[in-house]
Design a binder for this molecule. Structure first.
Ligand SMILES: O=C(O)CCC(=O)C(=O)O
Ligand SMILES: [Fe+2]
Length: 878
């Protein structure tokens, strides 16, 4: 069949189901409940529509259409039909003939498109299916871009529709697929059209579109909707301009993505920002808001939209739990919120403690949306966010329950009459839920809340809330906890006592208020942690090495180190290696060895700082988890770090450079001529609970060798192939089986090693950085990683940068005194009496426990075996 005939056939089939079905609600007769306090309601026969979705596979064999039938049997067109039937040309706007239909439900529309996506939309189905790709090269690369184009086209065409339901419908791409069939590329796009409830078996996964892909298309988050509002009565007790400031500072708000912060199924904090629902309220003492769940990021607008019914919304359950448990909930308002009664002075403003008084489901835009009503706990103090000139005590406040209730005759559940147009059952499980009002038909957008419901005030019977501004951490707090100052609690932000700005700990040594207008600064001096304390605490974490994905391990000895060598495969051949130099007691104990270096790293202020890793200077700015400072030739390692010349560096830095230079040189024995002495060192500090996520060290200006010295807590280092590494199905080597599993979702690490105090890791080979990425997770209170690289001056942007790299990266002549030889001839220094005494005391405890029968001799033998076979003990043994 030619494509034209196929179109006609398609149009004929579809026209059969295009007959309008007048809105059922107009003809529905309903008898509403008689209202009184908790009176039974007599429901009328519910006009329940029966919906059936009939899938007809169309003659061209590639699309689905669906029809829905009301209880009286007339076919009811689905949005898909309306869309498909109204099109003869891909660029024709949607026909107005569809305007008399309400959009009864969302559907998943599957498009299967051969060749390019360009200018394709649902109404183009039939024109292009199964046609051979016109431009094969473009189609191959069209993937993501073509998909976006298709989504945009769908959205644009919907907007042109003069049918309000259709023009406001939101196409959400829920799935995309790509198949190669003979010489054709087949793309499958599944759209869900909101707003309407989906047939159960059509529910798309809530993981609709992977966030990582969406992120690139997001609109700027920072919007100010406060223009023209009156000034506020007071100012917030706590505020911040960046989400991370709040999340790192406020124990009751750790939600980077969602509006509600829940922990253990309870809500502790709730943010209202620019996403505002139809009936949401933001008053002086009462908030009503949709509480989330069932939403996904709309690929076109970048906004969060309600796409799924929230039947099982976990967030709603958490609000219910908070209500039952009388848990205070801190409410935060973003400047994007249009409903605030007065101007919000900062981007994020903490309002006050509230308590949840009601949680219920309602229909908003045809989708079940869980809502919560929150009331301010402290009614004695005027809310700071009230307009400056408003009365001191709100006139619209009544203590005690005022709203009428009635019980539903069907489900017997009592519901409050929360809406202005009458009573409706609010039990989500009841067949009669969702606005079966006495008054008959209703217009969703005209429903509002009952004034009684808004004005009632409920006594809060819970435990008094913590201070909304957490107090500063003090030296005494740390002493009480036995903390040294590197524990995760010390990484938390502070609320500036002067201006109330939430301020992250950006500097290693101190907190500086992040409000540019405030110069408050605060520090608690660190205690020096003895190395054996750090080691013993971090050793309690089990860690297991992993070697797979075609990686092979060899062993050798270099200097006094046992070295594991991991050959790293590319698609066809090895592309480099990772060498793990394992330190031991002899190495660590030497003068200027790792123990000394660890202590010296704690003694000075190296200017370590956290730097923005994403969205610098915006509300979405995210600082790295770790602190860093750069020495020698400047370079940008993903995040940009200022660099001080080696001539300004403390001796500990130069000692590390010399040690790593020895390791780098000896690592690439076959290639020694290629070794470029390092001219840069990046020092990274990790507090407890901080890490460095997956990244590569493959900036274009860097040489092929990267060497890192680990000091302090042990850490797990992981490598995994990158998504676009080519270590996928294309691989032809024997590693294919692994590679095929290396899908985006299932990207396991291929190499996992445990880095202990004093260990050195050398990565060699540019391709390793291109095809793999690595991450490091320290497992204790304090760790430093000192990493050397060679920055190629010739790759710098201009003469000034080249000169800076040369000058700053030159080792000062006096650093020769730290030249390292791998401790090749080193021996264990004499044992100190204090160490011997400590061990003797531990032995006495062990012996006592054996005698008391608390520990078996087998266990002790097992421990002794482990000790003797591990490096330090083996070396220490005479
Ligand atoms: O902490 C570590 O051991 C690794 C640091 C790292 O990967 C880097 O500096 O690029
Ligand atoms: Fe790295």
């Amino acid at each position: 069949m030619g494509s034209k005939n196929r179109d006609l056939e398609l149009a004929r089939k579809l026209s059969r189901s295009v007959n309008a079905n007048p809105s059922r609600r107009k003809t529905a007769t309903r008898q509403g409940p008689t209202l009184s306090k908790t009176k039974a309601v007599i429901p009328v026969t519910s006009l329940r529509e029966t919906r059936s979705v009939k899938r007809a596979r169309l003659s061209n064999g590639s699309q689905y259409s669906s029809t829905c039938t009301s209880s009286h049997g007339s076919p009811h067109p689905s949005p898909l039909e309306k869309v498909v039937s109204s099109t003869t040309s891909p660029l024709t706007p949607l026909s107005s003939s569809a305007s008399s239909h309400t959009l009864e439900k969302s559907l998943i529309i599957k498009l299967r498109i051969a060749g390019r996506f360009l200018a394709l939309a649902p109404w183009a189905i039939g024109h292009t299916t199964q046609t051979k790709c016109q431009d094969e090269d473009k189609s191959k690369s069209s993937g993501q871009k073509g998909t976006e184009e298709a989504v945009n086209t769908v959205q644009r065409q919907l907007q042109k529709s003069d049918t309000s339901e259709l023009s406001s419908a939101i196409p959400t791409l829920v799935k995309r697929g790509r198949k190669r069939k003979a010489s054709d590329e087949l793309f499958t796009l599944e759209f869900q059209f909101s707003p309407k409830k989906l047939e159960d078996n059509h529910k798309p996964s809530s993981k609709a579109v992977p966030k990582s892909r969406i992120a690139k298309q997001l609109q700027p988050y920072h919007v100010n909707n406060q223009e023209g509002k009156p000034e506020s009565y007071g100012s917030p007790p706590v505020w911040g301009d960046k989400r991370q400031q709040l999340c790192e500072t406020l124990p009751y708000y750790r939600a980077y993505q969602s509006g509600a912060y829940t922990n253990g199924g309870i809500v502790y904090g709730f943010m209202v920002d620019k996403e505002v629902g139809v009936r949401d309220k933001f008053e002086e003492e009462v908030m009503i808001a949709s509480v989330g769940g069932g939403r996904s990021r709309d690929i076109v607008s970048g906004k969060m939209v309600q796409t799924l019914d929230q039947d099982e919304s976990r967030v709603a359950q958490a609000f219910e739990r908070s209500m039952k448990d009388r848990q205070p909930v801190a409410v935060i308002a973003g400047r994007g919120n249009v409903l605030s009664p007065a101007k919000l002075p900062h981007y994020y403003n903490i309002l006050d403690w509230f308590h949840v008084t009601n949680v219920w489901p309602e229909r908003r835009n045809g989708v079940t949306t869980w809502c919560a009503r929150l009331e301010k706990i402290d009614l004695a103090t005027k809310s700071w966010w009230a307009p400056k000139d408003s009365p001191l005590v709100p006139e619209t406040r009544h203590y005690g329950e005022m709203t009428s209730s009635a019980s539903c005759i069907l489900c017997k559940v009592v519901s409050k009459e929360i809406f202005n147009i009458g009573w409706a059952c609010l039990n989500n499980a009841c067949k009669d839920a969702y606005y079966h009002f006495a008054g008959g038909p209703y217009v969703d957008s005209q429903i509002d809340y009952n004034q009684d419901f808004m004005q009632e005030r409920t006594p809060f019977g819970g435990i008094p809330s913590d201070p909304i501004a957490p107090p500063l951490l003090t030296k005494t707090d740390l002493e009480t906890m036995g903390a040294f100052g590197f524990e995760s609690i010390c990484k938390q932000g502070i609320v500036c006592p002067e201006c109330k700005c939430c301020s992250r700990r950006i500097e290693w040594q101190r907190w500086n208020c992040e409000n540019p207008q405030c110069d408050f600064t605060y520090s608690i001096p660190h205690e020096t942690i003895p190395i054996e304390d750090v080691i013993s605490r971090s050793m309690t974490q089990p860690s297991k090495d992993v070697i797979r994905g075609g990686i092979r391990r060899g062993l050798r000895t270099l200097g006094h180190y046992d070295v594991s060598e991991y050959a790293i495969p590319g698609c066809e051949k090895d592309i480099g290696f990772v060498l793990h130099f394992q330190a031991n007691g002899i190495i660590n104990q030497q003068p200027d060895g790792p123990n000394d270096l660890f202590r010296q790293m704690q003694e000075f202020d190296f200017g370590l700082k956290r730097n923005p890793s994403r969205q610098k200077d915006s509300t979405g700015e995210v600082l790295t988890s770790h602190w860093a400072a750069n020495w020698g030739a400047p370079y940008k390692y993903g995040v940009s770090v200022l660099s001080k010349g080696f001539d300004e560096a403390k001796p500990v830095i130069m000692k590390a450079v010399q040690r790593l230079t020895w390791a780098g040189k000896h690592a690439i024995t076959d290639d020694i001529a290629d070794f470029q002495p390092f001219n840069e060192l990046l020092s990274i500090g990790y507090f407890e609970g901080t890490h460095i996520g997956y990244h590569d060290d493959g900036e274009k200006e860097l040489g092929p060798t990267v060497a890192t010295l680990s000091l302090g807590a042990q850490a797990v280092m992981r490598f995994r192939p990158k998504v676009k590494s080519g270590l996928g199905a294309k691989c032809t080597s024997g590693r294919r089986a692994y590679a095929e599993k290396n899908s985006k979702r299932n990207r396991d690490c291929v190499l996992q090693i445990t880095l202990r105090h004093g260990d050195i890791v050398v990565m060699h080979g540019e391709e390793i950085q291109k095809l793999y990425e690595h991450a490091v997770d320290p497992q204790g209170e304090l760790r430093f990683a000192l990493t050397c690289r060679y920055v190629r001056p010739e790759m710098m942007a201009n003469d000034a940068e080249r000169e800076a790299a040369r000058v700053k990266g030159t080792l000062p002549p006096d650093s020769d005194k730290y030249i390292y030889d791998g401790d090749i001839n080193a021996t264990l220094p004499p044992q100190t009496t204090s160490a011997t005494n400590t061990i003797q005391a531990a032995m006495n405890v062990l012996e006592a426990n054996i005698l008391a029968g608390n520990i078996s001799c087998e266990k002790v033998t097992e421990w002794a075996g482990k000790l003797l076979s591990s490096g330090p003990a083996a070396e220490a043994a005479p």
